[in-house]
Write a protein that binds this ligand. Structure first.
Ligand SMILES: [Zn+2]
Length: 309
């Protein structure tokens, strides 16, 4: 179904109107493998199905998976999971920090041309799965951008120009938001409304949050309840500060489950935690209307694209 403006969200079962996303976890993972997370891989189809069922039971209707190229996305499994769970799934292309890859994999991508890989995965499909990505995920560094980040963001900007796809950015411990905007939107001229900054909750600098929102970027508060992060309790105040400054329309929420132990079906918070505990806590801070908008209309707008390819 195509919306009136011709903008759609590219799910693994096809393009849908932004309003069809329903309650959306705007940043999460069904599958994820990295040499940085040995023994914690998200690679079980059964576990992914169980987590999706738990998310749906909690009221969830769509999940945006930010797992980029080469990190075990299992793209071919996503349509089946979407059908059985009744959850809309959006897949990603893009590239994470260099530490998540074998050096030879990066050499191969350089030879092939990273932008071309991103465009192919957005328009033709991931591998031979036929499943198209709906966003481009890249990553910054801790308070800065190294050569790898500049390479991937330059390719992402090119793929955005070719397709219209949004660019979702992992900010390392929530830092570097303004450096990312300077590069993507300043040098590379990506419209700020096509940039989604992730992990703002991990660096609760309200001034930086306001500056990024004023620039017109999306701010994703994602990955609550991670035992190795201590900023959960600042998140409601950060969201309230942005809402009071008039930036409620730029805010997104995500669960960002990155390890098997963090899944609800393994005893962790997982995807349902977002709706079960984070949502009511945020409602107390900013009211039900805004929180509902964050998880529905905002997500629809953030991932909506007038696809050029
Ligand atoms: Zn993530």
């Amino acid at each position: 179904m195509v919306s009136a403006g011709g903008q759609t969200v590219r799910t693994v079962l096809g393009d849908v109107a932004p309003g069809d996303l329903g309650v959306c976890d705007a940043h999460d993972h069904l599958f994820l493998t990295s040499p940085q997370l040995p023994g914690q891989e998200l690679d079980s189809v059964d576990s992914a199905a169980a987590e999706l069922a738990a998310f749906r039971a909690a009221g969830g209707r769509s999940v945006v998976q930010w797992t980029p190229h080469g990190m075990g996305r299992r793209a071919a499994e996503l349509p089946g999971l979407a059908r059985t769970s009744g959850i809309r799934i959006v897949a990603a292309t893009g590239l994470h920090q260099a530490v998540h890859y074998a050096p030879e994999a990066l050499t191969g991508l350089r030879a092939e041309g990273l932008e071309a890989v991103f465009v192919r995965e957005l328009t033709r499909g991931i591998g031979d799965s036929g499943v198209r990505a709906g966003l481009i995920k890249v990553a910054g560094g801790f308070h800065g951008l190294d050569a790898h980040a500049r390479w991937t963001m330059t390719a992402a900007a090119g793929a955005h120009r070719a397709t219209g796809a949004p660019i979702a950015v992992h900010l390392e411990l929530g830092t570097g938001a303004l450096d990312v905007l300077d590069l993507l939107c300043g040098e590379l001229e990506v419209p700020p409304g096509k940039v989604i900054l992730g992990h703002l909750n991990r660096d609760p600098d309200f001034e930086v949050h306001r500056e990024a929102a004023s620039a017109g970027a999306w701010l994703a508060f994602d990955g609550p309840s991670r035992a190795h992060h201590t900023t959960d309790w600042r998140m409601p105040d950060a969201v309230r500060a942005l809402a009071e400054a008039g930036h409620g329309d730029r805010l997104l929420l995500g669960g960002d489950t990155t390890t098997a132990a963090a899944r609800s079906v393994n005893g962790g918070p997982g995807m349902p935690h977002l709706l079960r505990r984070v949502r009511p806590r945020l409602v107390r801070a900013v009211g039900e209307e805004l929180v509902d908008r964050m998880v529905t209309a905002n997500a629809g707008r953030a991932f909506a694209v007038a696809w050029a390819g």
